[in-house]
Design a protein around this ligand. Structure first.
Ligand code: ADP
Length: 501
């Protein structure tokens, strides 16, 4: 296959034209090497199509395009209200094409179509609209010092931003990064994850249709170690924003040092969920399920360590098992009642299975699941929702991020022990606390080392609210007003009004 577009019919019958190129300067082009990536449907392991994969030379061409666009008056000097309107138009186009975008996402990633359409796509349009609103509200300050001196600040864009996104929420993660970068006047080279290359290319068609000047948004597919590394180490890229694993985040941080790039990293987690004796147990059970099983467990904030106070431990485990059995319906992601589709790739599927083996060999007790789920046509990367109890703190499954429908449960006696156990991790992304005692809830929220705490819920995320981690879960914040900080510099201008000095 060598064309730049291919006509496809998705499993739900939707026909569309799938771009296959690299999107540079508002055009789809082939990669210089001709290399491609093949995208696999994780539900039945068939090939969907292949797309061109960028190498270092292509990255360089995209960065040059982005640099040129950054300096071009058509973007640099664009009236900020017009910039907001442009972003708003982009969001409206995404809204008009949301069924196709959600179809591609489900086909390529395996997430339930209802989730892709109603949650992911709503988040994409919501985020772009939210930041469109900020475009004409980015301004500095006048800082009074003395009558002889005037000082003011200008919030300037950083320049060319490299954005490296993961496969668990391909379009939503793109939107989280595009929104704040665009409204502040930056230009972008975005690299999608090689596991899910398709939806982002369809999004690229809407970039041109919305009317962004060429080179403002460039979108590449390509392998992390080739295209991603070329972007992170490029001397003419000013910033890298990355979402993915902690190990890759560390590598990117090192590469970004080459020209001292600004960095935002959103990496892994092993987030605790604490259930106290005085919790509303039905709520704790319901949110514990969402907190780990949503999106096939492929969520960086997943509350994958459940810690339950001794008084309600047995009751919690019993109710949780029953709830998971009834609510985690595994199946074809295009079917309406499916809660859990396949894992994204064979590699991820095998990784989760290896953690299941590890838990068994280290002596944890398998409460449910723990096996391949074969009832969806006998193919695909489906795993039964898996619960382990009797998990000890030194076990690999207690300490490492699994990124699947896999949860470990353990117990604690006192509040102090709960906090110590919650914080006994190299990660610090999210944490959930279930108690009906409001002072205890807020006391613990302060003591927990995490970027986000959910009281009586899990994994709430809202585009108006800062998202990010502490410790080895990341650097910087995305979303909300806080998300703008990662995309601007404050330039200070000193004006001398006096004549004596
Ligand atoms: P996973 O291990 O789940 O695939 P990664 O953190 O490796 O997650 O991948 C997230 C994103 O980072 C993807 O877009 C991937 O291509 C990219 N990536 C992976 N390795 C590197 C690397 N060495 N340099 C730059 N980007 C990378």
């Amino acid at each position: 296959m060598s064309g730049l577009f291919v006509e496809l019919t998705a499993p739900n019958g939707r026909k569309y034209s799938q771009p296959r190129g690299l999107f540079i300067n508002n055009e789809f082009v082939k990669s210089k090497s001709g290399e491609t990536i093949t995208s696999i449907n994780p539900s039945d392991e068939t090939e969907i199509t292949s797309v061109y994969a960028a190498g270092p030379e292509d990255v360089d061409i995209a960065v040059t395009a982005a640099r040129k666009a950054f300096k071009d008056p058509s973007w640099r000097d664009m009236d900020t209200t017009a910039r907001g309107d442009l972003m708003y138009k982009f969001a409206e186009l995404i809204e008009q094409h949301k069924e196709t975008l959600a179809t591609i996402e489900t086909w390529d990633n395996g997430k339930p179509y209802s989730v892709a359409l109603n949650e992911d796509l709503a988040e994409v349009t919501g985020t772009i609209k939210y930041y469109a609103g900020y475009a004409n509200k980015i301004h500095g300050q006048v800082i009074d010092t003395s009558p002889a001196k005037l000082a003011y600040t200008i919030r300037e864009p950083l320049g060319v931003c490299g954005q490296i996104i993961p496969w668990n929420y391909p379009l939503a993660m793109a939107a989280w990064k595009l929104g704040p970068a665009l409204c502040t006047g930056n230009t972008i080279v975005l690299k999608a994850a090689e596991q899910t290359p398709l939806s982002i290319l369809y999004l690229a068609t809407l970039v041109k249709e919305a009317g962004f000047p060429p080179g403002v948004i460039n979108i590449l597919n390509g392998e992390g170690r080739k295209a991603g590394a070329a972007l992170a180490s490029h001397m003419d890229v000013d910033k890298i924003a990355f979402t993915g694993s902690t190990a890759t985040g560390k590598e990117i941080m090192k590469m970004a040092a080459v020209n001292m790039k600004n960095i935002t990293l959103e990496t892994g987690g092993k987030s605790p969920l604490l259930v106290f004796d005085d919790a509303d147990l039905d709520q704790a059970v319901k949110w514990s399920h969402i907190g780990i099983m949503y999106n096939q467990g492929q969520v960086c904030t997943a509350t994958s360590r459940i810690l339950v106070q001794e008084g309600v431990y047995d009751q919690f485990v019993k109710s949780f098992k029953e709830y998971v059995t009834q609510a985690s319906i595994v199946g074809d992601p295009f079917k309406d009642d499916t809660f859990q589709g396949p894992q994204v790739t064979k590699t991820q599927f095998e990784r989760v299975l290896s953690f299941i083996e590890s838990a068994k060999s280290e002596g944890a007790t398998l409460e449910s699941g723990g096996e391949v789920y074969k009832d969806v046509g006998g193919k695909g990367f489906f795993i039964s929702p898996t619960i382990f109890t009797n998990v000890k703190e030194n076990m690999k499954v207690y300490r490492e991020e699994v990124f699947g429908p896999f949860v470990v449960i353990t117990s604690f006696k006192t509040e102090e022990e709960a906090v110590a156990k919650a914080n006994d991790t190299t990660y610090g992304l999210g944490a959930a606390v279930f108690t009906q005692n409001i002072t205890k809830a807020h006391r613990i929220a302060r003591l927990i080392e995490a970027g986000m705490v959910w009281i009586n819920s899990s994994n709430d995320s809202d585009l108006r609210i800062p998202f990010g981690g502490v410790k080895q879960s990341g650097i910087g914040r995305e979303l909300g007003e806080a998300g703008l900080e990662g995309y601007t510099n404050k330039k200070a201008v000193h004006v001398n009004l006096g004549t004596k000095l």
